[in-house]
Design a protein. Structure first.
Length: 565
């Protein structure tokens, strides 16, 4: 894969030299208008679509105005942002933008004649202008214009994007209007000296102002959340948020109150330790030991509550505690037990999916529904984050949108785990792998399920059967070499033979695999080319099956995980 990527840029150079970008930029006529909307990005990403959540507006650097677009390629995504513009048939248009970055492309598709593109290999600092022209076909009324970077290259900045030519009926780019007041302000993650404030996105906003007790304390140019620090313990504060753009500042949203903790009441949003043990907790009785959250072994650092339930709203989730199946476990007890675990430094998260999970996120609306409903459940129950355990596939584009939106709401204490099946992580082209790489700055750990699986390919191209140390290490190697950080990789196995249909291995095998990956010792026939001492740890299904077997799994694997270098 790396070799293929290294050939891509020279190929682009060859194509450019061959004349694909040789069209001279035309000169706009007096009657021409700019048919692109929000080409200066003063209204955020309004009118633009960016792949895999790769785009965001920034306040610096900018070529003109107060904002510009920054897009960042990641994994197999080039960081493309595009817009459909209304054009006139049989007409010539001049397409241009100001670019700050290397290997940045500008182009148009669907022209009805010859689609065009141009690019800059420039590595110097500052903005430079990219420009080309295209001619529409006899029946073309809409054209897609775009800009993107290249694989393996850093983020780039674009400003003053324009398409000048005859008005196709859509008019020219209007001046921005003052944005509306933000709604949905909420407080989370309180500590003795700080908290997280979040709010809903406002269309046309270039950024947001945060007011604390009537005084502006922060300007937010990316995302819809802010970390408020330097507060006094056991004190209530009032917060309001306003949106702004080039037209000015809008009205402040409704005030929301946040109260800091006393400073002696534990850890409301614990951080995950360097090496962590994850266990799924069953919100149902299937023959394993029925547990309350308070019963879960202290060896577990992350407890994934299984599972969220789908609602009739696409992408929406809810949670229903199975009080009857859990021996009368009440919701107040459940919430209190979560708070107690968090006070003890543990993270309690809500798992979405499972074998019978029916939640699907296939468009922007369902992505927003997932983010909003998950955040509401985090606030209601005290969950620290979520786990993605969708075993029937996922759409990486819209799942990425959902996870980024949720992370922005939840703040820096957000815990995100994933539990893909082995088949989902065989290639970086898979939906799960694409999603993990697209949100690489967010995931806490990806605990691949090394069970209920047939034989699979390892990173050395050889086939390995489940149930061996080689199966665990050679498949973990794919994730480690495919772009995930070692701190984001964990080994997922059943806690007992009853926990899964196949793939159970003794705790000693799990420990050998951990030593092999982290230290280069206790390997089987496969030995990684290097060690990964930052490996996050291990996961099991489930804490209940572990308890049924006398906690043999957690008592053996937990100390090994916590003792990794």
């Amino acid at each position: 894969m790396n070799r293929i990527r290294s050939l891509a840029i020279p190929l682009a150079v060859t194509l450019a030299a061959g004349g694909l970008t040789a069209l001279a930029a035309g000169t706009a006529q007096a009657a021409d208008v700019n048919v692109v909307r929000n080409g200066g990005f003063e209204s955020g990403l309004a009118n633009w679509t960016c792949t895999a959540g790769s785009g965001a507006t920034v306040s610096s650097p900018v070529f003109a105005g107060a904002a510009a677009l920054k897009a960042t390629p990641a994994g197999q995504d080039k960081g493309q942002c595009s817009q459909v513009v209304t054009v006139k048939p049989n007409s010539t248009y001049t397409l241009s933008e100001q670019v700050n970055g290397s290997y940045v492309y500008l182009g148009a598709t669907g022209t009805g004649t010859q689609d065009v593109s141009t690019w800059t290999p420039g590595t110097g600092g500052g903005f430079q202008k990219l420009s080309t022209t295209f001619t529409t076909g006899p029946s073309t009324t809409q054209v897609t214009v775009y800009t993107h970077g290249w694989y393996g290259q850093p983020g780039f900045v674009v400003d003053e994007f324009s398409v000048f030519g005859p008005d196709g009926g859509g008019g020219t780019d209007p001046s921005p209007t003052i944005p509306a007041a933000p709604a949905g302000s909420a407080v989370s993650g309180q500590s003795a000296s700080g908290l997280t404030l979040s709010w809903n996105t406002v269309g046309g906003a270039a950024g947001y102002y945060v007011y604390q007790d009537g005084v502006r304390v922060k300007t937010v140019t990316s995302g819809t959340s802010a970390q408020i620090t330097g507060l006094a313990a056991s004190t209530s504060y009032s917060f309001q948020v306003s949106a702004y753009n080039a037209a000015g500042e809008g009205t402040k949203g409704a005030a929301v109150t946040g109260t800091t903790t006393s400073g002696g009441g534990g850890n409301p949003s614990p951080s995950v330790p360097k090496h962590a043990l994850t266990g799924y907790w069953q919100n149902f009785n299937n023959g394993a030991t029925v547990q309350k959250i308070s019963d879960v072994s202290a060896q577990y650092d992350i407890i994934a509550v299984s599972f969220a339930d789908a609602t009739t709203t696409p992408g929406g989730i809810t949670f229903n505690l199975d009080s009857a199946g859990l021996g009368g476990y009440t919701v107040p007890q459940f919430k209190a037990d979560i708070a107690a675990k968090k006070a003890a430094g543990k993270s309690v998260i809500l798992s979405i999916g499972g074998e019978k999970g029916t939640i699907s996120v296939n468009d922007s609306a369902s992505a927003a529904n997932l983010a909003n409903s998950a955040y509401a459940l985090m606030q209601e129950y005290g969950f620290t984050g979520i786990d993605i355990d969708l075993e029937n596939g996922l759409n990486p584009t819209y799942m990425t949108q959902a996870l980024r939106a949720l992370a922005a709401k939840a703040g820096s204490s957000f815990v995100l785990t994933m539990a893909p099946q082995t088949i989902d992580m065989q290639s970086t082209q898979g939906g799960y792998f694409k999603t993990a790489l697209a949100v690489k700055d967010i995931p806490t750990v990806v605990n691949m399920q090394y069970y209920n699986s047939g034989a699979m390919l390892g990173c050395d191209g050889k086939v390995y059967s489940q149930g061996s140390v080689d199966f665990l290490t050679a498949l973990a190697c794919i994730q480690l070499e495919g772009g995930l950080d070692p701190s984001q990789v964990g080994i997922g196995v059943p806690a007992s033979p009853s926990g899964a249909g196949s793939g159970y291995v003794a705790p000693t095998v799990v420990n050998n695999a951990l030593d092999c990956l982290a230290k280069g010792t206790s390997c089987g026939t496969f030995k990684p080319s290097k060690t990964y001492p930052g490996l996050r740890g291990a996961m099991t299904w489930s804490t209940n099956w572990d308890a049924k077997a006398g906690s043999a799994w957690s008592n053996a694997v937990g100390p090994k995980v916590h003792g990794l270098p």
